[in-house]
Design a protein around this ligand. Structure first.
Ligand code: UMA
Ligand code: ADP
Length: 434
């Protein structure tokens, strides 16, 4: 069998490690990446110098003759989630009946233990982590991975014999997954995201719904019709199951959206047989993950919050709504970043209600300014400039919220890098203030 791995980020690297672990001969593996210096290039050159790597535009490598060979040899093409499958070359492959596979598909073909899979436009990492903690509290040897940051194939070769896998899955990973048969699949919510790649909301939804294919049980939100499974027989809505939530003594997660995440984790935990006592205790001890509505400083009675993980419009609206009781004044919100073809007009109501000024950054700055011009809007040249502008606009009782509604890749490596830079810039203010 021959393999082509598309992408040499952490997914591509993990696919290669997995294939080598299966003792696939290097001459049967080819790795492609469009970047000049993909993140895991050095690791691969070091560990697997015999594997052939080709960089640059995919179309250059997928010549008509190469496509013919791929079809004849029935080559497996494993694609990374960041690969833009809307490029014409992939349409050409599809027209030749050549299917792409995600790393999740390869995982599905080899995994032995039960799998829980969680998707949604927002709340995936929080819910996945919380459910993972609940499993640990129930003494289950659990592996948590996927879009949350640990490639799933790494979990199959790390030497542990896991009892349960809990996976966070993105639409990009689900798009090319066919045979994942989960014990539970959950869609938390679906709002606009990644339309630059999926092109239409409908095809984004279709990718998300692939999580229910072959699922033994589906967990969804009855109040959000778009999450309702059409194909799974056993299904439970987590918004109809509030009884356990009312027993939680206290928790540290702000906002209505986090209540939903907790409810979803409780319903899945119950279905997995976790004890009520351990689930409630886990929720009480669970701290919000970094870069999600994280309070990072109070300077001159102004609260500074890092919600860099708010990478789409829905997450920003949830953050503004969830944080409304945290300040007595108004928010200065920092918005903008990489364009994903988003409808920023959906921000208008929440921004009108909770904010007094808008500071804009990145590729989408002017686009957002056009829809929020009813408030003072300032375009910043970099994060320090944005933080300084927000500082001068704020008064006692106000807050500054970084919840950009956009991806970070126009100016930063990823949302974590953006959040770290924000925290550092806020820290610089503190130093000036002392
Ligand atoms: N890229 C190229 N050329 C290539 C391949 C990739 O330019 O040939 C670019 C893409 O445009 C992308 C970046 O490289 O922006 C990274 O893509 P990748 O597929 O190499 O990414 P990995 O390093 O393998 O990380 C991926 C997920 N990244 C994406 O989906 C963009 C990680 O999710 C995930 O944690 C990891 O696999 C393990 O499963 C990150 C993410 O931003 C956190 N996800 C999106 C989100 O949550 O909104 C979907
Ligand atoms: P994801 O992994 O799907 O990006 P996270 O749990 O990391 O989700 O949360 C990212 C951001 O999305 C949070 O900072 C918050 O602003 C928002 N968010 C979290 N949960 C929800 C939810 N259930 N509904 C809407 N927005 C949410």
């Amino acid at each position: 069998m021959q393999y082509i791995i598309l992408g040499l980020g952490i997914t591509g690297y993990s696919c290669l490690k997995f294939l080598k672990n299966l003792e696939i001969d290097a001459k049967n593996i080819l790795v492609l990446d469009t970047r000049d210096n993909p993140p895991c290039l050095a690791n691969v050159l070091n560990e697997f110098p015999e594997v052939k790597i080709m960089l640059g535009d995919f179309a250059k490598h997928f010549t008509d003759a190469a496509i013919e060979q791929i079809a004849i040899n029935n080559t497996t093409i494993i694609t990374s989630p960041g690969v833009d499958f809307s490029q014409p070359i992939f349409i050409k492959l599809a027209n030749k009946q050549i299917k792409l596979c995600s790393d999740i598909e390869i995982f599905a073909r080899h995994v032995q233990a039960p799998v829980v899979a969680i998707t949604g436009s927002n709340g995936k990492s929080t819910t996945t982590s919380l459910l993972g903690e609940m499993a640990r509290a129930n003494n289950i040897l659990v592996a948590v991975g996927g879009n949350i940051g640990i490639p799933v194939l790494d979990l199959l070769i790390d030497g542990n014999n896991y009892d349960l896998y809990i996976l966070e899955l993105s639409s990009f990973q689900l798009q090319f997954t066919y045979s994942l048969a989960t014990k539970i699949s959950c869609i938390l919510n679906i709002t606009d995201d990644h339309l630059d790649i999926h092109k239409t909301f409908n095809s984004y939804c279709e990718a998300k719904h692939r999580i229910y294919l072959n699922a033994k049980m589906a967990v969804y939100d009855q109040l959000s019709h778009i999450t309702i499974p059409s194909i799974v027989e056993r299904k439970i809505s987590y918004t109809d199951n509030n009884q356990l939530f009312d027993l939680i003594p206290q928790h540290n997660l702000l906002g209505k959206h986090n209540r939903l995440n907790i409810q979803a984790a409780l319903v899945m935990g119950q279905a997995l047989g976790f004890t009520t006592e351990t689930m409630l205790m886990t929720i009480s001890n669970f701290k919000c993950l970094p870069h999600r509505a994280e309070k990072i400083a109070t300077i001159n009675d102004v609260l500074w919050v890092n919600d860099s993980k708010a990478t789409n419009v829905g997450a920003t609206i949830a953050a503004l709504d969830g944080l409304k009781d945290e300040i007595t004044g108004k928010w200065i919100i920092i918005l903008g970043g990489k364009d994903k073809v988003s409808d920023f007009a959906a921000l208008v109501d929440s921004v009108k209600q909770f904010c007094k000024a808008v500071v804009l950054l990145g590729e989408t700055a002017l686009q957002i300014q056009m829809v929020l011009s009813f408030l003072p809007c300032f375009v910043a040249s970099n994060m320090q400039d944005a933080v300084n502008k927000a500082f001068t606009l704020s008064g006692s009782g106000d807050g500054v919220l970084l919840a950009p509604a956009c991806a970070s890749f126009d100016m930063f490596d990823n949302y974590m890098h953006r959040g770290d830079v924000f925290a550092k810039c806020v820290n610089n203010l503190k130093c000036q203030d002392n």
